[in-house]
Write a protein of this length. Structure first.
Ligand code: SAM
Length: 245
């Protein structure tokens, strides 16, 4: 069917591609990706040889217009990123925004995303969470960003890089010294690990063995949020009691 297909690809383990993703990627009129050389490897792994074109949100209006034109003509266009779900800390938002504004059909083809994989395996609360993207690279902005999230009543989730994880943990030690932190690395890959502790404990461990590869950083909700959860449970029990009377 015509429309824009947002196709999730694996974040490491190639077997995580979905059957639907393979069929959409094989049959779409056009496939746009972040980096054609990178995505070529994915297509070769599944014996799919086909033309790949590049798209970035910073590609500019002209590139976006060309894709929108294809969609207006009734083509099926697939968008993938280097890994995981497109638009999640990856290109595609402006294209989808414009497609939706024109009433063009947009189909999600769900699959891996590092956010949910890290969250569900971290042991931190999953009922509510806030994805903060990448923390700012500058120290002042990083501390401020962490501080503005103090009242968020859920687990905080960030993407990180090995070169900045030390600085991020130092900032967390300053702002949230008592909260439990999880560092999930290389999810679905050979060296997958999830380390937990306070920011100080993790920083000490990483001094011995600096983390490598791709990283998701998670911070447990604060006391205030935990209290709210307990309150909800008390309220629920009370409501159940009244209901059965
Ligand atoms: N669109 C992707 C997704 O849905 O997960 C995220 C793209 S973002 C540019 C790349 C960041 O995602 C990495 O720096 C890392 O923080 C995180 N990431 C991607 N794959 C990962 C993996 N296998 N393990 C841990 N983190 C990963």
């Amino acid at each position: 069917d015509p429309g824009l297909y947002l196709v999730s690809t694996p974040i490491g383990n190639l077997s995580d591609i979905s059957i639907r993703a393979l069929s959409v990627l094989a049959s779409a009129d056009r496939v746009y990706c972040e980096d054609t050389r990178h995505s070529r490897k994915l297509f070769s792994a599944f014996d799919m040889g086909r033309k790949l074109e590049a798209y970035h949100d910073f590609s500019g209006e002209a590139d976006r217009e060309r894709i929108l034109d294809a969609l207006r003509e009734g083509k099926a266009v697939a968008l993938i990123s280097d890994a995981g779900t497109p638009l999640i800390a990856d290109p595609g938002y402006k294209l989808v925004r414009d497609a939706v504004a024109e009433g063009i059909r947009v189909y999600p083809v769900p699959g891996a995303s590092a956010i949910l994989s890290a969250l569900v395996a971290s042991g931190l609360p999953t009922d509510r969470f806030f994805f903060g993207g990448f923390l700012p690279p500058k120290e002042g902005a990083r501390l401020e960003a962490l501080e503005t999230m103090r009242a968020v009543p859920g687990t905080l989730v960030f993407y990180e890089t090995p070169s900045r994880i030390g600085a991020a943990l130092a900032a967390i030690e300053t702002v949230y010294p008592d909260r439990m932190v999880a560092v999930a690395r290389e999810l679905t890959k050979l060296h997958e690990t999830i380390a937990k502790g306070t920011a100080r404990e993790l920083a000490a461990a990483f001094e011995i063995e600096p983390p490598q590869g791709e990283i998701v950083l998670l911070i447990a909700p604060g006391e205030a949020a935990a209290a709210t959860e307990a309150d909800v449970e008390i309220a629920l029990r009370a409501a159940l009691k009244t209901a059965t009377l």
